[in-house]
Design a protein around this ligand. Structure first.
Ligand SMILES: *[C@@H]1O[C@H](CO)[C@@H](O)[C@H](O)[C@H]1NC(C)=O
Length: 230
């Protein structure tokens, strides 16, 4: 390896270490960010690509279905329960998504075993959510959270609800003003290049974290790169 290249790599490594240290300090200074990072708590929406596309929503009366246009009932908090297992809470309804022993989706005020779902990545970057508690007793087939093409909740126990089908495919969308965001933004080519550029070492500044970046919500959608909550 020639000397200039070695020097360049050394500088690059220094920048990365500095950036990492800076972000760690920022996390430590903001309890909300720290909590989000350590507990795997994320607030966003679950978008199912079935039909015209629906966001999973949880009603205050415990009903669960989909809404094409995102609204306050589709704001969900996903939190880790154990490795690969999460809970899903409607932020406004204050109810937890649950699947009962017949495979029916509903939402409860108390968090129970019915509210635990195993989150898995599909190759297409969508996730599936299978009940941890309930499955077909005879065949062992798992029961998945699913919406039909008109946005109604499907019975997980239905033989047509399979992990290969779009009705069970959900894309976590975190375009809310979440301070703990570490997803990437797809806006346009130029921005993508900006994101691809190496991190600039900046001194940690708590004010930067607290202040909203002011980016227009409607123009950008944040996607989590293959992110596991559990
Ligand atoms: C979802 O449920 C609500 C309340 O029951 C209802 O008003 C709405 O039309 C339903 N949406 C769909 C897509 O079924």
């Amino acid at each position: 390896m020639n000397a200039p290249l070695a020097r360049f790599l050394l500088v690059l490594r220094g920048l990365c270490v500095a950036a990492a240290a800076a972000s760690e300090r920022v996390l430590a200074e903001d309890p909300l960010v720290e909590e989000g990072a350590s507990s795997g708590r994320r607030t966003g929406r679950l978008y199912c690509r079935v039909g015209i596309g629906f966001h999973l929503q949880i009603h205050p009366d415990g009903r669960v279905n989909g809404t094409h246009a995102p609204n306050h009932l589709s704001v969900l908090e996903l939190f880790a329960v154990s490795q690969g297992v999460i809970g899903i809470r409607g932020v406004f309804s204050e109810r937890f998504l649950a699947m009962n022993k017949r495979g029916r989706l509903h939402a409860t005020e108390k968090f129970t075993e019915d509210c635990k779902f195993r989150e898995r990545f599909q190759e297409n970057s969508y996730n599936t959510y299978a009940s941890v508690m309930h499955r077909n007793r005879r065949t062992g087939r798992e029961w998945f959270v699913a919406l039909n093409k008109r946005g109604k909740a499907k019975m997980g126990s239905s033989p047509r609800v399979k992990s290969q089908h779009v009705s069970t495919h959900f894309l976590p969308r975190f375009n809310l003003q979440d301070k703990a965001e570490r997803g990437f933004t797809i806006a346009d080519r130029n921005r993508e290049q900006e994101i691809a550029a190496p991190p600039q070492p900046k001194p940690p500044s708590p004010s930067i974290v607290k202040v909203n970046t002011g980016r227009k919500r409607s123009e950008t959608v944040k996607y989590w790169p293959k992110f596991r909550f559990g």
